[in-house]
Design a protein around this ligand. Structure first.
Ligand code: FES
Length: 148
């Protein structure tokens, strides 16, 4: 949404709309929970506060078929996990492995203070860590650079 710098009302409405978007994901987190017999699981921990998130992945044909997460964290942490999980479900593993914190911030579409930036990382780090673990467990000799 474009607005002129002097259009304070529109700016406030814009920020209120995206704040509401974040609150909705916090109050009604998508893909929250655990999973029976996941293909991979990992924990992401915020180095700043110690809050954590466990992710559970179901993987098929190098794509993320399903994701669940179980989180002990703040509103931003839970909202970012919810938004991330919606975005990556069904996506190729390579795509997910290339995602960065900037991608999450774009998906969240909200300005965060420097003090809250760390809250957006545990979900992505746990997901990428679980994919790494999955790939190590499913590596073929060709993946390891060994003759097949
Ligand atoms: Fe701990 Fe946000 S994840 S304060």
């Amino acid at each position: 949404m474009d607005y002129k710098p002097d259009d304070e009302g529109a700016a406030n409405m814009y920020h209120a709309m995206y704040k509401e978007h974040i609150l909705d994901h916090y109050r009604h987190p998508r893909n929250s929970g655990t999973m029976e017999k996941p293909d991979a699981t990992a924990r992401g921990i915020s180095k700043a506060c110690g809050d954590f998130i466990d992710v559970f992945l179901r993987i098929k044909d190098n794509q993320l078929e399903d994701i669940k997460y179980d989180s002990i964290g703040c509103a931003i942490s839970i909202a970012s996990a919810s938004i991330l999980s919606e975005h990556i479900k069904g996506k190729p593993l390579d795509y997910i492995m290339k995602m960065t914190q900037d991608d999450i911030l774009k998906l969240m579409n909200v300005q965060l203070s420097a003090a809250k930036m760390h809250c957006t990382l545990p979900a992505l780090e746990a997901t990428q860590g679980a994919i790494e673990i999955y790939r190590k467990g499913h590596a073929t000799p060709a993946d390891a650079g060994q003759p097949v």
